[in-house]
Design a protein around this ligand. Structure first.
Ligand code: FAD
Length: 469
């Protein structure tokens, strides 16, 4: 029997025939994430039902040196879940149970394949709150959120995914199960190994279970979108909110170009203001009691001082959702507009205005090469998504990416001088392996390689992702 057939036979015996997929459509679907730069070409898709099955699969793959791509909701934007070299995709989709929730000790225990939204909803049903939030929440999985250390919309208030994780269960490359899955809040007994797996993009182990922090449910949210003339004004507004004692739970921005594309792709979305402004800021305030006056007096001062030109305030939960739609629809609108190439960079928050000033001439010059730059993101965290876009009729995606990458190198050199990050939250995956050097020194990369060799000496877990061994 051919080697591959022998492997498939073993996987079918272990999981059951229905849970080993080799059909061309399934391979296409499970072989990629949201990125479109790489061809999907896995050998098979494996759908285990529990930790023991994951362990048996990995033990076998380790013994036979078979490459494995751990796969969550495949909403990743860095190519981390792409299988383009005949790998075996190990999808956590069937491991999607909420295991327990404890609203006194404030934690929830889940299998890694539950979606972010399922956890949010289970928390809400029990009167508490799970703080990670992102536009991909309906599909992204907790295992994927942990493996990318997702940032999301509420990082400014609650921190990113790392801050939500209390415990983890991880299956190592050779099939050993590492049980770090306790709800302990304090535990200073040597190295805290769970942190190595957070943000490891599936290169150190497969996360099978997690215990996550819960928070008290905020009772009242208020939000507004402001039309703003300059980046320094965006920073002034944020600092003024602190002076008013407001608890900001999201501070997002997008440019007028982003706003126009959302309105173009979603005709039900009317332009926010009669006049266009260069930037829009979406801010959300959370409160445990209803107090409109503090928010209104803050907005009054923002307008009076000229930090914003105009404001639209959500007066009901329907309007609240409506306003968030302008921000949350950007990624999807860009994808349906045409070719998109993405950067996900960060600098220290106070340095954003200077950084954007420094890259502005680059964007203007590169704009002459038929690239339009669309900026949006989590400005309150210093995290900007720089999207390079062009209409599809202008040429092939691969040619467009070559052009975009040339522009990107110029931007990354400026970023490096700010000691910024080439990936604030999406990860390095396959897309940014050559760019890791802009944010990490050779010594750091060498230490990361040594750690990876300890966990996965045969380099079977997501080979080639983040960096080569
Ligand atoms: C519309 C949209 C909005 C987004 N907004 C944000 C945002 O605001 N903030 C943000 O940070 N990201 C955002 N993202 C990116 C993406 O949603 C996140 O990176 C998310 O955490 C990925 O989760 P996933 O389950 O889809 O992971 P996948 O894409 O399936 O995988 C991501 C990485 O994790 C690994 N992995 C997956 N599951 C496991 C596991 N159980 N064990 C070990 N490794 C695993 C994969 O191998 C891969 O390297 C957005 C994406 C889209 C499409």
């Amino acid at each position: 029997m051919h080697q591959v057939e022998k492997h498939i036979e073993f996987f079918k015996e272990t999981l059951g025939v229905s849970y080993v997929l080799t059909d061309a459509n399934d391979l296409q679907t499970f072989g990629r994430d949201w990125t479109t730069l790489f061809d999907a070409c896995p050998t098979a898709v494996l759908l285990p039902a529990n930790t023991d099955e994951v362990s048996r699969l990995l033990k076998y793959c380790h013994e036979h040196s078979l490459p494995v791509v751990p796969s969550g909701g495949r909403t990743g934007l860095a190519g981390g879940a792409v299988a383009s070299q005949g790998e075996y995709v190990l999808s956590l989709s069937r491991m999607n149970k909420i295991l327990s929730i404890n609203t006194k000790a404030m934690y929830i225990s889940v299998e890694a394949g539950v979606t972010t939204q399922m956890v949010q909803e289970e928390a809400a049903r029990n009167g508490v709150f799970f703080a990670l939030d992102l536009a991909a929440k309906g599909s992204s999985q907790i295992g994927g959120n942990i493996s990318t250390n997702a940032g999301g919309l509420k990082l400014i208030r609650y921190g990113g995914m790392r801050e939500q994780v209390l415990g983890l269960e991880v299956v190592l490359a050779d099939g050993r199960v590492l049980d770090l899955n306790t709800p302990l809040r304090k535990n200073n007994t040597g190295y805290d190994l769970k942190h190595l797996f957070i943000g490891a993009e599936g290169t150190l182990g497969v996360i099978t279970r997690a215990t996550l922090k819960l928070m008290p449910q905020p009772r009242f949210f208020q939000s507004a979108i402001l039309g703003v003339a300059s980046v320094p004004h965006i920073m002034e507004i944020m600092s003024l909110s602190g002076q008013h004692g407001l608890q900001i739970s999201a501070y997002e921005f997008f440019t007028d170009a982003a706003h126009k594309i959302v309105c173009q792709m979603h005709p039900q979305k009317r332009p926010l203001f009669t006049e266009a402004y260069p930037y829009y800021v979406l801010l959300e305030i959370e409160n445990h009691q209803e107090d409109r006056s503090a928010f209104e007096s803050f907005l009054g001062e923002v307008l009076e001082k000229g930090f914003a030109k105009d404001a639209v305030i959500a007066m009901s939960s329907r309007e609240f959702k409506e306003l968030w739609g302008y921000r949350e629809l950007i990624t999807e609108s860009l994808a349906s507009y045409g070719h998109v190439y993405k950067n996900d960079i960060s600098v220290a928050v106070g340095e954003l205005p200077a950084f954007l000033d420094d890259i502005s001439p680059i964007m203007q010059e590169e704009g002459k090469n038929d690239i339009t730059f669309i900026l949006f993101g989590h400005v309150g965290d210093g995290n900007i998504h720089i999207n390079y876009i062009a209409p599809k009729k202008g040429g092939s995606y691969k040619d467009f990416v070559i052009k975009a990458k040339a522009a990107e190198q110029r931007i990354f050199k400026v970023l490096q001088s700010y000691r910024g990050s080439v990936s604030a939250e999406h990860g390095i995956g396959l897309i940014k392996t050559a760019d890791l050097k802009y944010s990490r020194t050779a010594e750091e990369i060498a230490i990361m390689q040594s750690i990876r060799r300890i966990f996965d000496p045969k380099d079977i877990l997501n080979p080639g992702k983040i960096f080569k061994l």
